[in-house]
Structure formats: C-alpha cells, structure tokens
Write a protein that binds this ligand. Sequence first.
Ligand code: XMP
Length: 516
Amino acid sequence: MTDKILIIDFGSQVTQLIARRVRENGAYSEIRPFNNIKSDEISAFRPNGIILSGGPASVTKISTPRAPDEIFSMGIPILGICYGQQTMVEQLGGNVNSSDEKEFGRAELNISDNCDLFNGIFTLGDKKQVWMSHGDRVTKLPEGFKVVGSSNNAPFAAIADDNRKFYGLQFHPEVVHTPDGTQIIKNFTHKISGCSGSWNMSSLRDSKIEKIKSQVGSSSVICGLSGGVDSSVLAILLNEAIGSQLTCVFVDTGMMRAGEAEEVISLFRDHYKIKLVHNDASRIFIDKLAGIIDPEEKRKIIGNTFIDIFEAEAKKIGGVRFLAQGTLYPDVIESVSFLGGPSVTIKSHHNVGGLPERMNMELVEPLRDLFKDEVRLLGKDLNLHESFVKRHPFPGPGLAIRIPGEITKEKINILQRADKIYLEEIVKADLYDKIWQAFAVLLPVQTVGVMGDSRTYDCVCALRAVTSVDGMTADFFHFEMGFLGHVTNRIINEVRGINRVVYDTTSKPPGTIEWE
Ligand code: XMP
C-alpha cells in the first residue's frame, strides 16, 4: 500500500474526523497516540505525510505532550493542526503564548500569502470562514516558516515552510464548519505528500477483514444482532472474515417494530446462512418492566435483562473467547473523555458497556473508528441489502422508550401499528432517505374525541421525524401539512386506542431525539 498518512493524536475530540477526511480523500490513515509511537515504528509504517492533531493541553506548560522529535528530520511532510501546530512551532524553535483573547467558533481567515496547502482553494486577499477553538497562539515562527493566513485573534493562523513541507493551522480544517477544510487536507495528502487517492471502501473492508482474522485466530466469536445498521454490517463483515466461527444472538425484547424480528431472522439465518440464535424474551422484558415509569430505570432494566439473556446464550454455546460489538466512533467519544473522566450522562445508552465486564471476554470492535454514514458505505460495499443499509437508527431499548409511563403489551401493540402506518406513508412519499429517523410515540395522555356518534377517550400519538448528520444534533423534519393530515387520519381510523395525533417540532438540543 502506498497512500498512507500517520495521524499523531494529542487527544482532540475530533481526531477521528481528521482520519475521516483523509479516508474521504482516498488515502489510508492510522491514528497513534503521541505517547505511544516510536520512531522505528514510524519509519516502518513509511507514511507519505504526518498530521499532528489538536488537543486539550497547553504547550506553555511543562510536561505537556510533544511530537517525537525525530519526525522533523525524516523528510516527511507534516501538517500540525491547533495544538499540533503549536507543539511543532515550539519544538522547532518558535514561541507559543497563552492569550487572553481566545477564539472559539466561526472566524475569518485572511489569506496573506500563497502556499501549497492553499493551492487551487485560496488566493491572496481572500477572506474565508474557518472554525477555531483555542486559547494559546503562536507568537514567533521557527526559521523557514512564513505566515500565510491570519485571523483577528491568531496572527499566525496558517503558517508554511514549503521547502521542508511543514504546515501549521491554528483552525480546524477537519470540521464541517471550515467549508474548504476537506480540500485543504486533500492538498496536504495529495499535492504535498504525494498520495494518489486510490484507497477506497473496498480497501477498508479488506483491511478490516484481515484485522479481524488476525485478532481472532481460530477462536469462536459471538455477536449481538439487533437488525440495526451497525450490528447488521458487523455481522456481515464478521461472516466474511471468520464465517464458521461466528454465532449471532438475536435477543427479541418484544419491543421491536412490527415485523422486524421476522425480517432479521429471514435475512441473516436464511439468506446469509449465519448461525443465529433467536431468543424470544418478550415475556421476560414485559414482566420486568411492569409498573416502571422512570425512563432511566426502564433503560437499566432493559440493559441488565439483555445482558442476562445474552450471557446465558453465550454459556449455552460454550468456549466463546470473543464478543463482537458494533460500537461506532461517536459512542466512544461520548462515553470517554481524553482525561479519562466520564462525560455527563444524559441517557444511559443500553449498548455501551455492561456486557464485556460481566462476560470476561475479549472485544472485537471493527467499526470503532467509523462514523455512521461510513458504516452504511461499508455495508453497501459488503452487498448488505439496501433496506438494512439505509435503515433509520433504532435504539437498543426499542419501543420501551417511546411509551412514556408504564409499558404494557397492549400499548406496544397499539404503538407498533401506528408506527407502521407512519413509516409506510413516509416510504410511499419517497421521504425515508431524506429523514435521519422517524417514529411514533404513544403518550400516557388520553383525550376526548368523537367518532361516528360516540364519545372516545383514547391515547395521543406523537409523531417525530428529524434530520441529522450524526444524531448528536438534530432538527425536526418539515413535512407538508397535507402529509401529516393524511397520516393522522390513517392512524386514527385504523388503530383502535388512538384518537389524536400531534407532531413534535423540537430540535436537539434542547430536546433529544427519543422521548425518554
Ligand atoms: P437521543 O435520544 O439521545 O438519541 O437524542 C440519539 C440517537 O441515539 C439513539 N439512541 C440509542 N441507541 N441505544 C442505542 O443503540 C440506546 O440506548 C439509545 N438511546 C437513544 C436514538 O434513537 C438516536 O438515533
């Protein structure tokens, strides 16, 4: 493989976004922590270029992270981003100071000189939007560097030494709020570092398969399959890598969408011929949730019950050494901070944590460095059926967190029917792929209605549909009123138990996507 970029990580929240941009530009990248990479490993990896990430530390303090000094004499192009720029400047003889004038968010970059990094993107005198997030700033350049861009609070916002091919950016080219960022990174990977752009999703698939094989050897692996995009892609990937050593366990909580359990079984067991254990645990879940109203308590009960059942199934299979999980990068970054402290828990997501500790198994997490849309692309590359690849996200606790208040079998049934109509109409109107997630919620509120000549006193159903890129922020989807009216009519006419339908127009934040 020729196109390789090494990313040295200083703990930025968005280091994986750098890797993602590099992937989008058709080059392979590996992320290594600043304190765990030796120069002989760098030489052996033979990167075309090195990117130094941002990070939460300050180079003005002693004992803060530094890049391995050797990289500056290897003749390899280097791009330092934010903290990466500052440590490069400091290590090469320049200066960095803490500033009272911090810069967070949108800033304007004034292009003051040409350099290869900006080739074909910016010209002298341009003013361009970039995204900043810094307190410290460069105040003196090392020999050989020139300023190529500045902002209000960062006189050295972009610096370049075209001879040595060293570049530094105070702003973050990897985030979407720097509109030309991907192109800047492409200039670094292609024009400056000589990558050809030949690396693609199939290369990623092949390297993931190789890694799984070498991690697992001839041992057995189990994988929890829910039918969601992540676990489906994971199962197919594992099947390609180590087919006969794999058993998937599908724990049916009874709180899936209508018809979903059957679909999962038919695709994975009948079509892919994957060894699949189907545990219908709906009675157990519903019994355990009886009388529970608090959303966090519901989530914990569901999470723990799931683990109990999964563990029992694993014991039955016996001799399993590895547990495969479809953990994605956003799951990782939301649950662990750079300094090791937990971030604030808004909701205890049921598929992160719990299982591995209890089961004493080694983890296989091949999707851990990917974002949801990349997982979809990988699924497509693996020929996973479109209806699974494009499926809206569905939470582990399922419909339980879409029934505020007490959960009963009857309520689940009412919700499944309303939800099915809503999604049918969304698909019919060709809106499914334009929406990140759409679902119905059954409220514990009854209202008075009139049907025929009779009084009704039934539940309210709320409809939710959001647009989002990663589920971290979201906006409500702007349906035509006529569409909502039509869905409302169908639900009220066809689902006994609902006599009023409302539409949720809350964004995230301040709301969350799910109601509980
Ligand atoms: P919220 O409601 O936190 O949801 O805005 C963000 C995204 O995560 C999904 N979600 C979950 N997914 N286990 C999951 O696998 C969970 O416990 C869980 N809770 C929420 C939610 O559907 C949305 O896509």
